[in-house]
Write a protein that binds this ligand. Structure first.
Ligand SMILES: C[S@@+](CC[C@H](N)C(=O)[O-])C[C@H]1O[C@@H](n2cnc3c(N)ncnc32)[C@H](O)[C@@H]1O
Length: 285
C-alpha cells in the first residue's frame, strides 16, 4: 500500500515533490491526511487525492493539513481534498479499534510503536495515570495487553473525552480505563502517593507536569515523559532531554533515588527537531 501511494505521487507530482508528500502522509482508518508542504499547491494535492481514491478502493476521504499541530487540544486545520467530506473514522491499532474524528481529536499513527512499547512494560496490578489521554490509545492498549488495576485517563478536550468513553466500550475495558475530563495538572493532585506509573504524552506541558507526576508515585514507580528537542542530530536531542530531566529530578526533594532506564527518539517532528521519550524510574523519599 505504502509503495503504491508513493508511485501515485511520483506519477502526478514528479519525484522531488512526491518525496515531500510521502514523508507527510498519515493514514487514519479510511482517511488519508497529507501535511501540505509549502512548495506544493493545494490544487496539485487535489489531483493526487483523486488518483489515490481511484487506485485505493478502501480509501474514502483525503484531507490536507494546512497548519501545524496547534492549540491546547493539539489539532491541525484541515482542508478537504477529495472523496467523502467526512473526518470521523474507525482506526485500528494492535488489535484494538478506536473511533476518532481527525478534526476534533489528536490522533497520530506515528505513536503506534510507543503505545505497544509502554503496554509491554506494565506489570500486573499497576495503578497508572495517563495525563494526556486523547481518545484513549495508550490507556486502552495497556488495558488490553497488560493487566493493570486501573488506568486513570485524563483529557481536557470534551471531544477527546467523548471518543475515549466510546472507545472504552468498543474495546471492553470498562472499569479498568477510568476516563476523566479536565485539566490533568489539577486532577493529578488527587492521586498523591497513589500510582506506580505515570504517562506524560504532551511535550508542551511535560516539564510542568513532571513534578506533579513524581508526587503521584507511591514509594517507587515509572514516569514516561515525552519531550521535544531542537538539536543537530538524534544523539544530541537525547542528551539534551536527558540533561533537562536529570536536573529537574536532582533538584526535587520528593526523589530519593532514580535512574533513566530508557530513552529513544519517537520521531522527527521537523528539520532538526525530534520527539524524545524518557523512561524514568524513581524511588520517593
Ligand atoms: C499529544 S495528545 C495525546 C495523544 C494520546 N496520548 C495518544 O496516544 O493518541 C495531547 C492531549 O492532551 C490534551 N490536553 C492538553 N492540555 C491538557 C491538560 N491541561 N489536561 C489534560 N489534557 C490536556 C489534548 O486535548 C490532547 O488530546
Amino acid at each position: 500500500m505504502v509503495r503504491l501511494v508513493r508511485e501515485i505521487a511520483k506519477e502526478i507530482l514528479g519525484e522531488e515533490k512526491a518525496n515531500l508528500v510521502w514523508s507527510s502522509l498519515d493514514i487514519v482508518g479510511d482517511i488519508a491526511v497529507i501535511r501540505k508542504p509549502p512548495s506544493i499547491e493545494i490544487e496539485d494535492l487535489r489531483i493526487l487525492a483523486e488518483e489515490m481514491l481511484k487506485k485505493l478502493k478502501w480509501l474514502k476521504s483525503v484531507w490536507a493539513a494546512i497548519s501545524p499541530i496547534e492549540g491546547s487540544y493539539r489539532l491541525r486545520r484541515l482542508e478537504w481534498l477529495a472523496g467523502e467530506k467526512r473526518t470521523e473514522t474507525l482506526y485500528r491499532e494492535h488489535g484494538c479499534v478506536f473511533k476518532v474524528d481527525i478534526a476534533r481529536v489528536y490522533i497520530s499513527p506515528r505513536l503506534s510503536y510507543e503505545h505497544i512499547r509502554i503496554a509491554r512494560l506494565v506489570k500486573p496490578g499497576e495503578n497508572i495515570i495517563n495525563m494526556f489521554a486523547g481518545a484513549g490509545l495508550f490507556s486502552i492498549i495497556i488495558a488490553r495487553f497488560a493487566k493493570p488495576a486501573r488506568v486513570i485517563s485524563i483529557d481536557i478536550n470534551e471531544d477527546a473525552y467523548r471518543f475515549m468513553l466510546e472507545n472504552i466500550e468498543l474495546n471492553k475495558v470498562q472499569g479498568i480505563v477510568i476516563p476523566i475530563k479536565g485539566d490533568a495538572l489539577e486532577i493529578i493532585d488527587r492521586y498523591s502517593n497513589n500510582v506506580q506509573r505515570v504517562l506524560i504524552p504532551l511535550p508542551e506541558l511535560a516539564l510542568k507536569a513532571f513534578p506533579k507526576a513524581l508526587r503521584a508515585i507511591d514509594r517507587e514507580g515509572y514516569i514516561h515523559v515525552y519531550e521535544f528537542a531542537k538539536a543537530r542530530n538524534k544523539l544530541e536531542a537525547l542528551e539534551q532531554v536527558e540533561k533537562t530531566y536529570r536536573e529537574a529530578i536532582e533538584s526535587n526533594r520528593d526523589v530519593a533515588k532514580y535512574s533513566i532506564e530508557g530513552r529513544r527518539i519517537v520521531r522527527s517532528v521537523g528539520p532538526r527537531k525530534y520527539q524524545v521519550v524518557l523512561d524514568v524510574w524513581v524511588k520517593r523519599s
